[in-house]
Every structure is written in structure tokens, then in C-alpha cells.
Write a protein that binds this ligand. Structure first.
Ligand code: SIN
Length: 282
């Protein structure tokens, strides 16, 4: 990994969150258009730390949130989730006392069932419970690196099916989304993915969407997937982020998984998410 120290940045402050993953970003106001210099440093920090937590933020207007997302690429529209009125690229995260489920409760990389899964996701949380509602993230580079060489050899050419019908059917019914209005994509991706910008290898399977290793029998696939899921979810590769009001998290779906903890029912948690299109995993 490129060893860049905090003081190598001139236009932002990047403070490592934990030795294995993440950085807090200070001295950036995302409620306004940022300069090209700040953007370059944020992009660099994103590749270096994999998940960034922008602290001390005001509410980011949806159009500025969308504009910031577009600096990283074309935006992704979720195949099933309801979007914000007037802002089709904004996905509202919302759990209340009436919710039957909360978003992202199991380890996943966003919409990995797409042919071209999202590059990254930017989530700002505006309403938080008194305590709880944390989000966990993990480092899929280090999860891959920590595998033994015989397992690395075994998985090097294997591919897996990522499906979504079991996740998306009926999921957003309580928010007015009919099953006839949604897509349930599925796609085949390599189990070991090379990050298109850093060139580093990471594991690319997750318990939410990955259902089958194509080249193995069903029993073999189940056993090996369980091993790889547990490797990805291992405590050594993860962090747990405690949100403050208006924090914005920006994670790289190509080399991280995340999991939202719904431990605050019946309290409310609400935010807005913009997701950037990615490329076909290689
Ligand atoms: C998600 O986008 O998976 C939800 C993350 C969160 O609510 O913290």
C-alpha cells in the first residue's frame, strides 16, 4: 500500500481511523462545491483508506451531493429501492418504529448483483438515534491477503453468481415500492477482484448477494463460500463507525464490505445516499 502520511495532504486533513481501514476527513465543507485541489486529495485518500468519514458537516443539499458524486463518475440508480422525490439518483435510508427491515443489515458490497457494481457510495446521516445505528466496514484487500497460499491458489480462477431476487422482492413494500416496478439483477464475477485503480487484489464475495461458486458442486460451493464469507467478516479486517449528525461516509465497494447495525428500534435513523457506477470486476 502507498504510505502517505496525514501531512502529505495540503487541502484536507486525513486522520487514520484505525490501522487496518478508514480515515476521518476534516476541513472540507461538502455543502458547497469543492475545489479541484480538494477533490484530487479526497480521491487519493479514498484509494488509500478505502472508506472516508467526513466530519463536521452541514446538511448537504441533494443537488450538491449529486454533483460531488458525479466528480467520481456517472451515478448509479438502485434497481429496487425508492428514490428521493425530484432526485432519482438519491436513495433515502430511513428506519422508523414502523419499519420491518432496515437497509444493509447483513455484510455486503452495494448491489454486487449488477453486471457493473457500484464503485462507491456516499451516505450522509441527518437523523440519528440517541445511541447505536453504527455502520461496520471491512477491508477486502487484507481479508484476501490473510488467506493461506493453497486457498489463494484454489480461488484464483473461480467465479461466483451474485443474485438479488431473495433480497429485493418485497423489501421496500412498506415504502410503497411494488415488486412489478423493480429489477432483480444477477451477475457472475471473479471471486478475487483486481481493483481497477490501485491494482491490488481483494476478495469479492458477500453473504447478501453471493449465492453460488460456478465451477464447484453445490455442497463444495456452500462450504467454500462459508469459509470466504467468514474470512471477509473476520474482526481483524473490520472497523465500526459511530456516526455524529451530518457525518458523510464514502466507501469503496470494490475493496470494502459494510453492514448497518439496526439496534435502535423504535428510534428513527435517516439519511441520503448517492452511489457511483463502477466497472465490470476483473
Ligand atoms: C447501506 O447503504 O447499506 C446502509 C448503510 C447504513 O445505513 O449505515
Amino acid at each position: 500500500m502507498v504510505a502517505v502520511q496525514t501531512n502529505d495532504y495540503k487541502k484536507i486533513i486525513a486522520k487514520p481511523f484505525a490501522p487496518n481501514l478508514g480515515a476521518e476527513i476534516h476541513e472540507v465543507d461538502l455543502s458547497k462545491t469543492i475545489s479541484d485541489e480538494q477533490f484530487e486529495e479526497i480521491h487519493h485518500a479514498f484509494l488509500q483508506y478505502q472508506v472516508l468519514f467526513f466530519k463536521g458537516q452541514r446538511v448537504i443539499p441533494p443537488e450538491i451531493h449529486v454533483e460531488f458524486g458525479k466528480r467520481f463518475g456517472e451515478l448509479h440508480t438502485h434497481p429496487a429501492a425508492p428514490t428521493m422525490k425530484g432526485h432519482p439518483e438519491v436513495f433515502e435510508i430511513h428506519a422508523t418504529k414502523n419499519s420491518k427491515i432496515a437497509n444493509g443489515e447483513f455484510w455486503h458490497s452495494d448491489v454486487s448483483c449488477d453486471e457493473e457494481p457500484p464503485l462507491g457510495t456516499m451516505l450522509q446521516i441527518h437523523i440519528l438515534p440517541d445511541c447505536g445505528g453504527d455502520t461496520m466496514f471491512n477491508n477486502m484487500y487484507s481479508a484476501y491477503e490473510a488467506l493461506s497460499q493453497p486457498i489463494k491458489n484454489m480461488i484464483s480462477d473461480l467465479t461466483a453468481l451474485h443474485s438479488s431476487e431473495h433480497i429485493y422482492k418485497g423489501r421496500y413494500a412498506d415504502r410503497g415500492q411494488k415488486d412489478t416496478d423493480i429489477d432483480c439483477p444477477e451477475a457472475i464475477h471473479p471471486i478475487v477482484r483486481t481493483h481497477p485503480e490501485t491494482g491490488k487484489k481483494g476478495l469479492f464475495v458477500n453473504r447478501t448477494f453471493t449465492t453460488r461458486i460456478n465451477e464447484l458442486s453445490e455442497d463444495e460451493s456452500n462450504i467454500l463460500l462459508e469459509l470466504l464469507f467468514q474470512q471477509g467478516e473476520h474482526i481483524n479486517h473490520q472497523i465500526r463507525f459511530r456516526w455524529s449528525k451530518n457525518d458523510m461516509a464514502f466507501w469503496d465497494n470494490r475493496c470494502c464490505m459494510h453492514r448497518a447495525i439496526w439496534d435502535y428500534w423504535p428510534e428513527e435513523r435517516k439519511g441520503r445516499r448517492v452511489t457511483i457506477k463502477g466497472d465490470k470486476p476483473a
